[in-house]
Design a protein around this ligand. Structure first.
Ligand SMILES: NC(=O)c1ccc[n+]([C@@H]2O[C@H](COP(=O)([O-])OP(=O)(O)OC[C@H]3O[C@@H](n4cnc5c(N)ncnc54)[C@H](O)[C@@H]3O)[C@@H](O)[C@H]2O)c1
Ligand SMILES: O=C(O)C(=O)C[C@]1(C(=O)O)C=C[C@@H](O)C=C1
Length: 369
């Protein structure tokens, strides 16, 4: 990638621009608020302004709030500002459907989501290493009779962007992504907010005792409400489903605590057992939170697949992997010199290798032994 355009030079757009500029990519910076693009340029993220008419950049990165993603992607496409366009929004299913309604081109668009951020907004909160070692989700579209799939060229540009930002690509279906982030990002945001909201009316004498525990739990409660209204509006059902389950756990916790408060010894024993069970479930869940990819590199195995240089091949392979529930943790492509073909190396958890190999063979792919 030689040139890029970042639209929306806030936290995420400016962080990506800083990483690309540091690696020699010529980055154009644009924002609805010109002051923000100017600030990003002053930080060394690139040059203010769009590319000259008739000189499209390699990749446009749309980093505006979720409610404006589809319209901004469609506008970039209509004006021919870039060969490929990706967005970095926190939700993926809704913006894609909106883009289809707006008549956008699905072949040159790829929905993505870096799983890294901060509770602060704007270019001054940006850092070049924000995405280092973090998962960066890609949701390529598989072509159907009525809708085209993502072009290989755009997928490759996105993989290059992720590599230049030091992140780790993870390929998923858009709606599966939205259900997953409802659990690991959107519900935690709301729960942090709810805990922090209890402090609003609390006595000063109580609040001054705040220690590290509540600081850890409420950091993301400082996030921008406008941005989160957009995110939650685009993913309400999956988040409500998980919150309803949390509400059930809260009822269990309240019941157990009331029992602990009882004069009856047997009830107190039940209460203690109920509270302990909840705390142990919490330990088990916490143990499943992965370390940052960059800090604790997982050992993956490689499945190598022969692909021809035709549009939609990569998107099809990713869709085939996701149809059997296999996460692709990293991808590399070896181009065969002088041939319209190449080898794609899919890095997956060791346990997923047999399932993936069988699924790909059944769907007609050739695997390298
Ligand atoms: N904040 C996070 O932790 C995080 C993490 C991953 C992804 N995201 C996603 O990244 C995107 C950007 O989030 P952010 O945290 O950088 O927000 P931000 O508020 O820091 O930046 C958004 C920028 O977009 C600009 N903007 C708004 N509407 C625009 C339009 N129509 N055209 C051009 N510019 C416009 C704003 O002026 C602002 O500078 C969002 O879609 C968000 O869901 C955020
Ligand atoms: O670390 C934070 O401040 C974040 O909340 C980042 C976080 C997350 O939930 O992990 C928030 C929303 C984004 O879509 C992606 C990342």
């Amino acid at each position: 990638m030689r040139t890029a355009l970042v639209l929306g030079t806030g936290l995420i757009g400016t962080s990506a621009a800083l990483a690309l500029s540091a690696r020699g990519v010529k980055v154009h910076l644009s924002d609805r608020d010109p002051e923000r693009a100017r600030t990003a340029a002053a930080l060394g993220a690139g040059t203010e302004g769009e590319p000259a008419p008739g000189s499209p950049v390699d990749l446009a990165i749309v980093a505006v709030p979720p409610a404006h993603l589809a319209a901004t992607v469609a506008d970039v496409q209509r004006r021919g500002l870039a060969r490929g366009v990706i967005d970095v929004g926190s939700v993926k299913g809704g913006p894609r459907r909106e883009l289809i309604e707006l008549g956008g081109d699905l072949t040159t668009y790829l929905g993505s989501h870096p799983m890294s951020g901060r509770e602060q907004s704007g270019p001054l909160a940006a850092t070049a290493d924000l995405f280092e070692g973090r998962p960066w989700v890609l949701t390529p579209a598989q072509g159907t009779d009525t809708t085209p799939g993502t072009d290989t060229e755009v997928l490759n540009l996105a993989l290059e962007l992720i590599a230049l930002c030091g992140a780790v690509p993870v390929v998923m279906d858009a709606d599966a992504h939205d259900r997953a982030v409802a659990l690991v990002s959107h519900t935690p945001q709301l729960l942090s907010t709810l805990v922090a909201a209890r402090l609003e009316e609390a006595a000063e004498t109580d609040v001054r005792l705040c220690g590290q525990g509540i600081r850890d739990v409420t950091r993301i409660a400082g996030s921008d409400p406008g941005m989160w209204v957009d995110i939650l509006s685009a993913n309400p059902g999956p988040v409500a489903d998980i919150l309803a389950e949390v509400a059930g756990d809260l009822e269990t916790a309240v019941r157990a605590l009331r029992e602990l408060d009882s004069a009856d010894e047997a009830k107190r024993a039940d209460g203690a057992a109920g509270v302990e069970a909840l705390l142990r479930r919490g330990n088990a869940g916490r143990a499943r939170v992965p370390g940052k990819h960059g800090q604790a590199p997982a050992v993956y195995e490689t499945v190598t697949v022969l692909i021809s240089d035709r549009p939609g091949q990569l998107a099809r392979i990713f869709a085939d992997a996701s149809s059997v529930g296999v996460n692709i943790e990293d991808v590399r492509i070896e181009h065969a010199t002088g041939q319209q073909a190449g080898y794609m190396q899919l890095m997956v958890e060791p346990g997923a290798v047999p399932v993936l190999e069988q699924a790909l063979r059944e769907r007609g792919w050739s695997l390298r032994q």
